[in-house]
Design a protein around this ligand. Sequence first.
Ligand SMILES: *Cc1c(COP(=O)(O)O)cnc(C)c1O
Length: 467
Amino acid sequence: MRYVSTRGRAPELGFDDVLLAGLATDGGLYVPAAWPRFSAAEIKALRGLDYAALAERIMAPFMQGSVLAPHLGAICREAYGRFSHPAVAPLRQVGANEWIMELFCGPTLAFKDYALQVVGLMFERLLAARASHITIVGATSGDTGSAAIEATRGRKGIDICILHPAGRTSDVQRRQMTTVQAPNVHNVALEGTFDDCQDIVKALFADATFRTDANLSAVNSINWARIMAQVVYYFWAALHLGAPDREIAFVVPTGNFGNVFAGFVASRMGLPVAKFVVGSNRNDILTRYFETGTMSAGGVVPSLSPSMDIQISSNFERLLFDMGGRDAGAVERSMAQFKQSGSYAVNEEHHKAMAALFTGRRLDDEGTLKVIGEHFRATGDLIDPHSAVGVSAMRAAGIPKDIPRVALATAHPAKFPDAVEKATGVRPALPPALANLFNLSEHFTTLPNDLDQVKRFLRTNVMAKAQ
Ligand SMILES: *Cc1c(COP(=O)(O)O)cnc(C)c1O
């Protein structure tokens, strides 16, 4: 399988190089040169597989020609063998033809584990095959950092350094990163905001000498391999609810557009999807876009669902490329305009096609608390604020009653105990595997918001010690 950049001026690569590269050299994102397609009969033949076996079948076409292809089955079994529920992605019925897919059964309790557990193992095997070493750096406001650390801890050929804003993540989120004891894991508490962390990471990548010296790599959601691994659970849910004989609607609490784009990939592969409903909090750039056809950034306001506090949905570029007739020049012009003015309009015909498949719904914090409370009183189940945005969007979107709809629950309620307790009066308990989290000692280095000091930290504490 060959991959092309959405901006058309980076070399075509195979899967292995796309995995390591993350972002394309022209600033674009990699997508497959052509979508693999499953016929209805081929989709039917996937019924009854367990999650790991399904994952192998869905990902295989994207990895043709990869040195990892012969190991894919083993990688999937190892990755999903660590999940806490035998179904891996259990479906729970919450109303007539309404379902929640619980994507919080991985080691760090957010859906990011479903991709990162696989990607960590892929990195390790690929680096062993190439006798190479990488340094992963990343900025996190919460969930990505812990999922990336958990996926790479103790893995050969990898060091990982995650910057989080000192004092600005939740205690659970911070402890999930800082209590990990592994020589290749390095936590930095930066005296600044999440944006400061992200600026430093970008500056590290922009420094060509440093980038080469450290062999820098990233595992943020623009990495194609993460999207690919997330395609699996869309097939999983749809197969259990009657696909390919019935259309399904998916509701996705959305930030960077990575998760819902994976659903779009599933539809391109032949899965019949009636609608994607994109849920957002007050940071509603996507909801406004689907309504108007203009992508226009506002300021980011903090909300109860912090993993969706975003005004630039990087992965939307992939949809723009694909539904815009794969015109890389047009994508590049739109992105340049967005960078310059904070806004761009999508070609009317392309927007119309997008709006036929996607719709957006927003929910503010007050509404989020209300939905968490109502859901608890109706079902006895606790849901986290991100998942509540999804449940609300599922009911507001006006999907025809005969179409099964699945809202993705993207985090475990115990990751956001304050909001859940406020809404229900019940404080959600951490699952047994994490029950000890508040007794473990924390390891991190506090650094000022200063690029040179972060570089020095990486040179002396990470690069000098890497084997
Ligand atoms: C990352 C995250 C999201 C947003 O996912 P995207 O792929 O960025 O759209 C939603 N909910 C939770 C809990 C997350 O951690």
